[in-house]
Design a protein around this ligand. Structure first.
Ligand code: C2E
Ligand code: CA
Ligand code: CA
Length: 662
């Protein structure tokens, strides 16, 4: 024996062989001595460990033997109490064949509690064991159990806190041999969660419970659930928390209203004062909302500066009034030590359960949509959801998806609408207008998809394609017909980047275009947004020799004089005036012409649909004209098929131009 184990002799960790029957250590290495509080190996091997071994431990060890018989090893925390000093070690138990044919137990200590971090040691599974008689009386508990929980436990019913459950367990264990459950139990001193492995000892007619204390894990789980459902900043429920809470309460079926609240201009606070102040403000807002909602319902921070409130309808008279109350509460100035007084507004969208939707996800989306409508209507107000909002959103989402596909497949086309010079009745050029035919959605109007492309930034690559295609077409027609047309291309605000002018310069060179033949159309809002940057960009374009048109004039709020220091050459009067949609349309047509003359700007009238409109514009001495009466936007081949008969067109009742446009 000594020879065999000389190999282990010098190992750092304690190893010994335990004779289960004799309850004696029959061999141990030197490293075992301190753990067993032994002076010599002889002294250790002479100890009778059976003397104070509880029946529970006995039964446990017998159970281990069955594992060893089939070649299995066991790893667990084990309590020792040599010389009444309590020790705990993580041990590896395995079977060890003795020369007499019996199996002993080889114990290797993997780690001792004293060498590990305490919390780590306790999070491991200890070999807590309880032995009960067939009628549920506690026969024995092991040292590990006694050390942690004392000696107050008497029976199984006491442990489970339930007499009939105790009986069921014994019946079940008897029948199946084993039972296994996770349960909150009473140890005689306190409640703990245990993972319980019960085993029926057939020969003795006893129930042995091996317990693993999983209270820490349970608590951590509870904490994790709390953290997952609450907002760290305000302590309110978060998105998941309120969703779960509402789902849990849904069985009550009480009608409720969901309020989606967004703080107006919160970004400005963050940008101006920094995020620390922003966070403080959010906490203050949360407190005020909490006061308003109190016990009437649930309140959650949904993310950023968005909050959600759920209130059962029996707690308030009317949705709008409750929303107004909340707005008024938040409108009261906030006093923050660092910055003084701060005033904010908020926009609220509302949706009702069950009228608007049956499930919380949909209600949140609906209330969110309604909130955006409230913002559009001028903020600091509330708005209730209506189904048309959902349709609009669905359409928008579908379009967004198809637009991405169309960009990849490049399924766009440019149409060209004639612009006629009223002085010589000749074709001045064309405005390039984009067309998109989607297989599923059909023809989609640019008034619908251009704003979407602007939102997503897709307008930049799309705009590049438009410019390139228009330049290519212009060059091709120039070569074919030897005529100097103007090609007018619409631009979006997002395209006014410093890279635009160099990009256009490259195109002009590539297609050998006279820059004066290229015009760019921009609305006044595009020109005035981030004015300095836009101005620089427009000046770069003008330096290239391009013309700049002010599109849709009359629909914005600025006066022409405000736009005077921008390099604009031409103004396009919005078609609504030509079509007489406004009170005083004629006056505006005439005034625009007069102002433009003074400012040395050319004017184009858009949307000419009838001969009388055309005549009127001629009388007003408009320079250029555009409209269905003179020609609809057409694909290039259609324009070519008509062999440019509009080249010398005279915009009169019987001109070919009419033929073309019809
Ligand atoms: P816009 O720049 O004001 O273009 C004129 C719009 O009026 C065009 O609509 C044109 O087809 C239409 N139109 C022309 N004559 C008449 C008429 O006599 N009566 C009526 N009722 N309408 C007439 P379209 O092609 O649907 O384009 C709508 C808007 O979409 C454009 O307004 C422009 O803002 C934008 N857009 C079109 N193509 C492009 C493009 O290539 N790039 C950019 N950024 N925007 C574009
Ligand atoms: Ca235009
Ligand atoms: Ca226009």
């Amino acid at each position: 024996m000594n020879h065999t184990f000389s190999l282990f002799e010098h190992l750092q960790s304690a190893i010994w062989i335990f004779d289960i029957q004799q309850k004696k250590i029959i061999w141990a290495n030197k490293a075992s001595l301190p753990l067993w509080e032994a002076a010599t190996l002889d002294e250790l091997t002479s100890r009778d460990l059976g003397a104070d071994m509880s029946q529970a431990v006995n039964a446990t060890l017998e159970g281990y033997q069955q594992h060893f018989a089939i070649g299995e090893a066991i790893k667990t925390w084990w309590y020792f109490s040599p010389n009444n000093i309590m020790k705990k070690a993580l041990c590896h138990f395995s079977g060890f064949p003795l020369v007499d044919g019996r199996t002993a137990m080889l114990v290797e200590v993997i780690a001792e509690e004293s060498s590990l971090r305490r919390e780590l040691a306790f999070s491991g599974c200890s070999n807590l064991a309880l032995l009960f008689s067939a009628d549920g009386e506690l026969i024995s508990s092991n040292n590990a159990f006694n050390h942690s929980f004392g000696f107050q436990l008497h029976d199984l019913a006491n442990f489970f806190g339930d007499i009939s459950l105790a009986k069921d367990w014994i019946t079940e264990a008897r029948k199946h041999g084993t039972v296994r459950h996770k349960k909150l139990c009473w140890t005689g001193r306190s409640h703990h969660w245990f993972d319980i492995d019960g085993k029926w000892l057939q020969d003795k007619g006893q129930l042995l419970l091996s317990l693993v204390n999983i209270s820490v894990e349970k608590e951590q789980l509870h904490k994790a659930k709390y953290n997952a459902e609450h907002d760290y900043l305000t302590g309110l429920l978060n998105r998941r928390g309120i969703t779960n809470a509402i789902i849990e309460n849904q069985h009550s079926q009480q009608p409720y209203c969901l309020f989606f609240l967004d703080v107006d201009g919160f970004k400005l606070v963050n940008d101006t004062y920094g995020h620390a102040i922003g966070d403080k403000l959010l906490r203050a807002i949360a407190i005020r909302l909490q006061e308003s909602v109190k016990f009437k319902g649930l309140l959650a921070r949904f993310g950023g500066d968005e909050f959600i409130i759920q209130v059962e309808q029996r707690h308030f008279e009317e949705t709008t009034r409750f929303a107004k109350q909340i707005i008024t509460t938040l409108n009261r100035p906030f006093h923050l030590k660092e910055v003084g007084e701060l005033s904010i507004g908020c926009s609220i969208g509302t949706a009702n359960f069950p009228e608007d939707a049956n499930d919380i996800e949909t209600l949140v989306t609906q209330a969110d949509m309604a909130m955006h409508r409230a913002k559009l209507r001028g903020r600091n107000r509330s708005h209730h959801f209506s189904p048309d909002m959902a349709d609009a959103l669905y359409r928008k989402m579908t379009l967004r998806h198809h637009l991405t596909l169309a960009l990849e497949a490049n399924s766009f086309e440019l149409y060209y609408q004639p612009i006629v010079d009223l002085n010589n009745h000749k074709l001045k050029g064309f405005e390039a207008l984009i067309r998109w035919h989607d297989e599923e959605l059909g023809q989609v109007s640019p008034t619908e998809f251009i704003p979407l492309a602007e939102e997503t930034g897709q307008i930049v690559p799309l705009g590049k394609w438009i410019l390139k295609t228009a330049c290519q077409q212009l060059a091709s027609w120039h070569n074919k017909y030897d005529h100097t047309f103007i090609m007018s291309v619409n631009l979006s605000r997002a395209q006014l980047q410093t890279s635009l002018a160099p990009m256009i310069e490259t195109l002009i060179r590539q297609y050998n275009i006279n820059p004066a033949q290229l015009a760019l159309e921009l609305t006044e809002s595009a020109m005035l947004q981030e004015y300095d940057e836009a101005k620089q960009c427009l000046e770069d374009l003008a330096t290239l020799g391009l013309e700049l048109y002010l599109d849709d004039f009359g629909t914005g709020y600025s006066s022409l004089s405000q736009l005077q220091d921008l390099p604009i050459s031409t103004v396009k009067l919005d078609q609504s005036f030509v079509q007489g949609e406004h009170k005083g349309s004629q006056a505006i047509i005439e005034a625009t012409r007069a102002i433009c003359e003074k400012l040395d700007l050319k004017v184009v009238a858009e949307g000419v649909e009838t001969i009388s409109q055309l005549k009127y514009l001629q009388n007003c001495k408009y320079d250029f004209c555009q409209g269905f009466y003179l020609g609809k936007p057409m694909p290039p081949n259609e324009i070519e098929e008509r062999n440019f008969s509009l080249l010398n067109a005279i915009p009169d009742r019987n001109t070919q131009m009419i033929t073309i446009s019809r």
